[in-house]
Design a protein. Structure first.
Length: 719
């Protein structure tokens, strides 16, 4: 009996599809691309219409021979690679490399590896879409023209081993530009005055009187918010409020409805997996690939758990939305299910693929049901996808929001009425929040609101105390994985398949390091950015890079030809390259420090390297007299926290055995060390040292206390 041949990318996907398709098909894996541009040369004939010179990858020769052999007796070859441009290009390359141009070949496309989806795809096969193939070819050639000509330039002008890419260089520029904004930022002092108040009299229904905090907003009759730039200005207001009487002037209550977030697309999955799980984008995509391709769930065999994970559409199949509503009604009740399924049409800038959102392939397959069969990382990510999808089809959360305005007048106020405000919120109906709540990149004051006591206009209040709090304006924070992906998406830079490799490469090239989970450019990253921006302004321009993505989208839709797009780009680029070869200066990358060498007393500079054991970017101090002097020492990052053992040394960040830890600066005399980031606040139970424990948590090293990170402590931890 002859069998049709089905070609997919991975063995896991092959196993899942083989079980579904049955004995009439033989399913083989190509293990990704079988051919590409050559590694040792440009591989693009610029003068011959940008003709690419593809070669079969050395490590895929045996795989290709096996595929060709399997196809000899097959009536039809089905190409079932992923449903995006790259998947389309893999199928086309397979046909070209295996010599199947004259064989019956058909393309099948599906967005989830389930029996219904696959059988439906095989009922409606199609030809390879050359518009999608040409769009992917144009991207590959464009990136090769940039990378294979800019990288050698950086080797000559800076140092060997560097790379420059069309998307990665712009992403690096975003990080560098943000860092320079932070460096140039001048903090402005300001003071906030808050009063702790409680209603006079016994509350209705008995019970204790509930104090609350109100913040000074301004003075009645004077425009604008009261500005208190100095401690002296704050003290004058405190003096004016001495002995003041507080009275409620206005109470505004309103219902606030919150809608659930849409189901995941690639970028939002990567962002939320970073916020909630601290998964880097690369890890998120690797685990999502496993969930998509299929995992063995007991005797049932291999099952695809989520839909395709490279997508920029929030659309959900009507059948999936109905399935979610049925689950919600059965589990939570009618009040949690809207009358009709929710629809989401949001698309990001330049969205290309008409995919579904990322969702579970079967809502009744709950995280608890699959828990025994999944690894920890797989279960965590599946739970995130499952909860987001279910919550997206639930009713709104309903809160009662209250705003209370109060006036303070007194003998020292010289007739002024000081205006205070307090806000509070009470969740009346959880709706979708019974399942899921989206995280934020930075904490919001709205999320920290507390319920207020029952108050009414004209009610007198007792003041329990007035405090002045010194604060300083803050610069924009450095990018995290989540916020950098969001910036790339908002600017139209790259596409769903490019976010994870872009972030990985700028880390791997030591252009950035991570501090407290945020990207900080190295001196090398700054130098490379400055050189490329000066000599290749179009390449480094965010708007130009986004426009190139739009051209690639137009090629995919058949609205443009790919060769003219490359020609329009390459002419100015080649001209700029010639100028840079002559005029770009040679730069020695050295980041100065305040340290001097213990061996020869010369100044020391910061150098960057990638650790072999942990694979993470690290920095150290090196003598400027190298190689004659090989003086070197680690960079000591002081925490400003005293050692809890010897009390004379301070805790400093160190690196050893493949991980970061914190030890006493008096080592080896004092050997205290802890693996988690120490916190400035003392333990509320015993006064001992608190350290970070997970995201937003803290524990004491001296007693068994565990709780939230104290207010004012940064909650970020390095992944």
């Amino acid at each position: 009996m002859t069998k049709d041949l089905v070609v997919v990318e991975s063995p896991a996907k092959a196993r899942t599809m083989g079980r579904i398709l049955g004995a009439a098909y033989e399913v083989k894996a190509s293990l990704g691309h079988v051919r590409d541009l050559p590694e040792d040369q440009l591989g693009v004939q610029v003068d011959d219409g940008f003709s690419p010179s593809y070669v079969v990858l050395k490590e895929k020769r045996k795989v290709l021979q096996e595929l060709k052999a399997a196809s000899r007796q097959a009536p039809t070859v089905y190409l079932a690679t992923d449903p995006d441009r790259e998947g389309e290009a893999i199928s086309w390359h397979l046909v070209q490399a295996a010599g199947w141009q004259r064989r019956p070949t058909r393309r099948v496309v599906f967005h989830q590896i389930t029996e219904d989806a696959i059988l439906e795809a095989f009922r409606h096969p199609r030809e390879i879409d050359m518009k999608l193939v040409n769009a992917q070819q144009a991207r590959r050639i464009l990136d090769r023209l940039v990378g294979y000509q800019l990288s050698p330039l950086l080797w000559r002008k800076v140092q060997r081993g560097l790379s420059a890419g069309r998307v990665q260089s712009v992403a690096l520029r975003l990080v560098v530009d943000r860092e320079r904004e932070i460096e140039a930022f001048v903090a402005r002092e300001y003071w906030v005055i808050q009063a702790t108040l409680e209603p006079l009299g016994v509350p209705t229904g008995g019970g204790s009187v509930q104090p609350f905090v109100a913040t000074l907003q301004g003075i009645r009759g004077e425009r604008g918010k009261l500005d208190l730039p100095t401690g002296e200005a704050a003290r004058q207001v405190l003096a004016a409020l001495e002995g003041a009487a507080y009275r409620v002037e206005e109470v505004v209550r309103k219902e606030v409805r919150s809608r659930p977030a849409p189901p995941f697309i690639t970028s939002t999955l990567q962002q939320e997996a970073w916020r909630k799980l601290r998964f880097p984008a690369k890890k998120t995509m690797a685990v999502a690939q496993q969930l998509y391709e299929g995992l063995v769930l007991g005797a049932g065999g291999s099952v695809g758990l989520i839909t395709y994970m490279r997508t920029d559409s929030t659309h959900v199949a009507p059948s999936a939305a109905r399935e979610a509503l049925e689950y919600i009604r059965a589990t939570f009740g009618e009040a949690y299910a809207p009358r009709t399924p929710r629809t989401y049409t949001r698309k990001v800038k330049g969205a290309q693929e008409a995919h579904e959102a990322i969702r579970p392939t079967a809502v009744p397959r709950t995280p608890e049901a699959v828990r025994p069969y999944l690894a920890t990382d797989q279960l965590q990510l599946y739970t995130l996808v499952w909860k987001r999808m279910v919550a997206s089809q639930m009713t709104d959360a309903v809160s009662d929001a209250t705003r209370v305005d109060m006036d303070a007048t007194g003998p020292q106020a010289q007739g002024r009425r000081y205006w205070f405000r307090a806000t509070g919120a009470v969740l009346r109906f959880p709706g979708f929040r019974a399942v899921y709540r989206e995280d934020r990149d930075e904490p919001s004051e709205d999320e920290q609101q507390r319920p207020l006591p029952e108050l009414s206009p004209g009610q007198d209040l007792r003041c329990l105390g007035v405090d002045a709090d010194q604060r300083f304006t803050q610069p924009l924070p450095r990018y995290t994985e989540a916020t950098l992906i969001r910036a790339l998406e908002e600017q139209g830079i790259g596409r769903p398949s490019t976010y994870a490799p872009t972030l990985s490469v700028i880390l791997e090239r030591s252009y950035v390091i991570k501090e407290q989970g945020r990207f900080k450019p190295t001196q090398l990253g700054k130098v490379v950015t400055d050189l490329l921006t000066a000599h290749f302004p179009r390449i480094m321009d965010v708007g130009f890079t986004a426009t190139m993505e739009e051209h690639l989208d137009e090629i995919a839709r058949g609205e443009e030809e790919w060769v003219p797009v490359l020609r329009d780009f390459y002419g100015p680029f080649q001209e700029a390259l010639g100028v840079a070869l002559t005029h770009m200066p040679r730069v020695k990358v050295e980041e100065p420090s305040d340290e001097v060498c213990d061996l020869c007393s010369r100044p020391m500079v910061v150098k960057t390297y990638r650790s072999k054991r942990g694979g993470r970017v690290r920095q150290f101090l090196s003598c400027t007299g190298f190689p004659q002097c090989r003086g070197a020492k680690p960079i000591i990052k002081r925490t400003g926290i005293a050692c809890p053992t010897c009390h004379t040394g301070g805790l400093v960040e160190r690196w050893g055995r493949g991980r970061t830890f914190y030890g006493c600066s008096n080592y080896p005399e004092c050997k205290f060390a802890v693996g988690q980031r120490p916190l400035r606040e003392a333990c509320p139970q015993c006064g001992g040292l608190l350290v970070a424990a997970g995201r937003g948590g803290a524990r004491c090293v001296a007693c068994r206390y565990r709780g939230a990170v104290p207010q004012g402590e940064p909650a970020e931890v390095e992944a």
